[in-house]
Design a protein around this ligand. Structure first.
Ligand SMILES: O=C[C@H](O)[C@H](O)[C@H](O)COP(=O)(O)O
Length: 232
């Protein structure tokens, strides 16, 4: 199976958990887009849901395919969020934000009763940190915030390049108007400690560690899709 087929497989398995009338958080990224395609097809057969998109990109894609959308202002409580991840560990702690949507993704996941992660086996790790951790920061005071992030990480024994995410020749700007620092710490043995440490840095808007948010992952590999349930 090629990479796209695996994403479709995971998305299809997650779609089985979507019920008529659900208020859905709809993730961002290439795997989430496969979910939107399948969701739209199921809706053409009669399924009725309302979705809250986790990014402008997902919103545009949903509109293109006719998936009805609402906002957290109108619908502040959701039944289920289905989203991709950049990596996940055996406890279903995640790193997200490779596509820059981590802030809205986290707000939407936190507003949902359940979160299902859809991924292929390449995203599975024993310890988070192989994928550089995206940290969303306010553009004001960028250098000072970057320095404080490095110091916060160093206090936990973490080090490595922290780089400003760029598009061609300008900083990448998130849907919220912020920048992203990608922190290559290599290994994050205590994600909870890093999470609270990063949250204490003024200028850090959010980070891509999703802890205790996902209840389930459907992970597609050569032998089909397997389900992982979180213990929390
Ligand atoms: O900001 C982007 C999101 O966190 C994505 O869910 C994540 O990057 C995974 O994307 P993909 O399914 O394209 O690998």
């Amino acid at each position: 199976m090629d990479a796209r087929a695996l994403k479709i497989e995971a998305a299809r398995a997650a779609l089985a958990h979507v019920e008529d009338g659900m208020r859905l958080g709809i993730g961002t990224g290439s795997t989430a887009e496969e979910f939107v395609r399948l969701l739209a097809a199921r809706m053409r057969e009669g399924l009725s849901i309302i979705g809250v998109p986790t990014s402008e990109r997902t919103a545009a894609f949903c509109r293109e395919l006719g998936v009805p959308l609402t906002t957290l202002e109108e619908t502040p409580e959701l039944d289920l969020t289905v989203d991709g991840a950049d990596e996940f560990d055996p406890e279903l702690s995640l790193v997200k934000g490779g596509g820059g949507a981590l802030l809205r993704e986290k707000i939407v996941a936190a507003a949902s009763r359940r979160m299902i992660v859809i991924a292929d086996e390449s995203k599975a790790v024993q310890t988070l940190g192989r994928f550089p951790l995206p940290i969303e920061v306010n553009p004001f005071g960028l250098k000072a915030t970057e320095l404080a992030v490095r110091r916060a990480a160093e206090a936990l024994g973490l080090a490595g390049p922290v780089t400003l995410r760029m598009t061609k020749d300008a900083p990448f700007v998130t849907d919220g108007g912020h920048f992203i620092l990608d922190a290559s710490f290599g290994r994050i043995p205590d994600p909870r400690a890093l999470s609270s440490s990063l949250h204490s840095v003024p200028g850090v808007v959010e980070h891509g560690l999703f802890l205790g948010l996902a209840q389930m992952a459907v992970v597609a590999g050569a032998g089909g899709a397997r389900t992982i349930l979180a213990q929390h």
